[in-house]
Design a binder for this molecule. Sequence first.
Ligand code: 5GP
Length: 124
Amino acid sequence: MAYDPENIFAKILREEIPCDKVYEDGTALAFRDINPQSPVHVLVIPKGPYESMDDFSENAPDAEIAGFFRAVGTVARQLGVAEAVGGDGYRFLANTGRDAHQEVPHFHVHIFAGRDLGGMIRRA
Ligand code: 5GP
């Protein structure tokens, strides 16, 4: 499946629609989820056109992969949720494909924090 440049996160990257930005560097953009599932719910996306973790891990250059995952850690520390900066921790996940209910076809990592996040996964 080809990357869809009209997906909502591509529009956010092009600043065609606004976002509540919390971090940006040359590789990644982070902004608050519009429908938060925890007191802190931030999305981190690469600036490159990758539709999923599958696509990103297979096709992104090593420097982009390293830069992106460093950005995820930086965002968690900047938000104050990482234990390294006195926070209580966080969960990050990337829904990938149908069974994971990935809604937006631009690779993104969710950072959830700000409450006890419970067990790892719940049966549907
Ligand atoms: P997925 O299910 O693809 O892993 O998650 C997509 C996420 O994007 C959802 O948590 C949803 O609330 C969020 N989202 C969808 N549209 C927008 C938007 O226009 N702005 C922001 N900030 N988040 C969005």
